[in-house]
Design a protein around this ligand. Structure first.
Ligand code: ADP
Ligand code: ASP
Ligand code: MG
Length: 413
């Protein structure tokens, strides 16, 4: 008998019909002799609706209160799925995050899971019940409700799978696996049968929101067998989705580039004419870090006549705040000439473990973009990825031409 954790996302839980469809799938897995724990998201659009409502009442809501509110979407869907299962004659029990004690730290709206008490779930499973747990939410030591960041139900799923030593964690969504790039942007994108943890981690952190990045980190750390599949496939026609694998399992002839990721949520800031002397980078980035703003790419230009320019990127939601810190705290303090900002940029990245052994990927990427007249504003690389910052208006074009240039639309021989 296998223990399976299944996570169903917002679209999969989006209507009463779809919830009944999820219930039928869960029932099939149960009847095949598996123990099943189900993690669900709120109905699609619900978390956005709740956030908008909160901001309508108060422009800067207290994060603690926001979490009390935005965690409610998942409390609705756990109960609805339990009802649907019970109607099919399946014994099922729903629990909130607090009820199964998904213990987190107290970083409201982006809390981290510290531990999970799996005792109650085990007792229910031994009692032949299906256990349904609300995704995205937890509780801190003091009993406050917390949430895990957008897309956080993936992380709940993987964390439960780790806590229960499940045989597999299945992430059911509205696509049938992880693709070479977002199929909504490039219809020629291909589904990957396998992708390594390392590549998936890069893809997720560079903007492919098919899996929340923390869920991939968690799965890698606790060796959870993780699979992405579609909840829309009919009975008897289900495919295997995409398995996230360790690198040793991959094959020699795997392609050099596995996927193209992109992120629109970026903004660039430049401090012009800063003195070219030791300590400048920390004087600029120190106050930014103190304000809890995450900095992504950083570039310092070659100095001329004792001064230089310094650029970095932040999440677009932090743009205005960062610009203000630069103008008010940093510019007068270090004697910079001017501050410039651009929140109409995006980041496009090529990811692949094959890059380690194949030089020339960067030059092919830059050539491809140049042929389309796309100007590269910033570049950053790691062993398995190359990212460029370009004008937002070129996003779709850049993703499409790179996808083609690296042969990702062709089925590997
Ligand atoms: P859920 O509500 O099930 O959590 P999400 O919307 O969070 O679903 O994630 C699924 C979506 O991720 C897909 O509809 C797709 O548009 C998007 N996506 C982005 N990059 C990729 C990729 N490389 N492969 C597959 N889907 C991707
Ligand atoms: N409902 C939450 C969100 O929309 C969590 C999730 O769907 O994973 O971000
Ligand atoms: Mg998601």
């Amino acid at each position: 008998m296998a223990l399976i954790v299944q996570k169903y996302g917002g679209t999969s839980m989006g209507t009463p019909d779809r919830i009944r469809n999820v219930a039928r799938r869960v029932k099939r897995w149960k009847e095949q002799g598996n123990q099943v724990v189900v993690v669900v998201s709120a109905m699609s659009g619900e978390t956005n609706r709740l956030i908008a409502l909160a901001k309508d009442v108060s422009p800067h809501p207290e994060p603690r209160e926001l979490d009390v509110m935005i965690s409610t979407g998942e409390q609705v869907t756990i109960a609805l799925l339990a009802m649907a299962l019970q109607d099919l004659g399946v014994d099922a029990r729903s629990y909130t995050g607090a009820q199964v004690r998904v213990l987190t730290d107290s970083t409201f709206t982006k809390a981290r899971i510290l531990s999970i008490d799996e005792g109650k779930m085990r007792r229910d499973l031994d009692d032949n019940k299906v256990v349904i747990v609300a995704g995205f939410q937890g509780v801190d030591e003091a009993g406050n409700i917390t949430t895990l960041g957008r897309g956080g139900s993936d992380t709940t799923g993987v964390a439960l799978a780790a806590a229960l030593s499940a045989d597999e964690c299945q992430i059911y969504t509205d696509v049938d696996g992880v693709y070479t790039t977002d199929p909504r942007i490039v219809p020629e994108a291909r589904k990957l049968d396998r992708i390594t943890f390392e590549e998936m981690l890069e893809m997720a952190s560079l903007g492919s929101k098919v899996l929340q990045i923390r869920s991939v980190e968690f799965a890698g750390k606790y060796k959870v067998k993780l699979r992405v599949l579609s909840s829309f496939e009919e009975e008897g026609k289900e495919t295997q989705g995409t398995l996230i694998t360790v690198e040793e399992d991959t094959q020699m002839e795997d392609p050099i580039i596995s996927g193209i990721a992109f992120n629109r949520d970026e903004a660039k800031l430049t401090v012009l004419g800063v003195p070219d002397r030791p300590g400048i980078a920390s004087q600029i980035l120190g106050p930014i870090a103190e304000a809890n703003v995450d900095v992504d790419m950083i570039i310092q230009n070659v100095g001329h006549d004792g001064s230089t320019d310094f650029s970095f990127t932040v999440n677009r939601s932090e743009y205005a705040r960062t610009l203000k810190i630069l103008e008010e705290k940093i510019k007068p303090h270090i004697g910079a000439r001017a501050i410039k900002g651009d929140n109409k940029i995006c980041k496009v990245s090529a990811v692949g473990v094959g890059m380690r052994s194949h030089p020339g990927v960067a030059s092919q990427m830059f050539r491809t973009l140049a042929e389309e007249g796309i100007n590269i504003q910033m570049i950053s690389t790691s062993e398995i990825k190359i990212s460029v910052v370009v004008d937002e208006k070129y996003l779709e074009l850049a993703v499409r031409v790179l996808h083609q240039a690296f042969g990702l639309d062709r089925t590997p021989a």
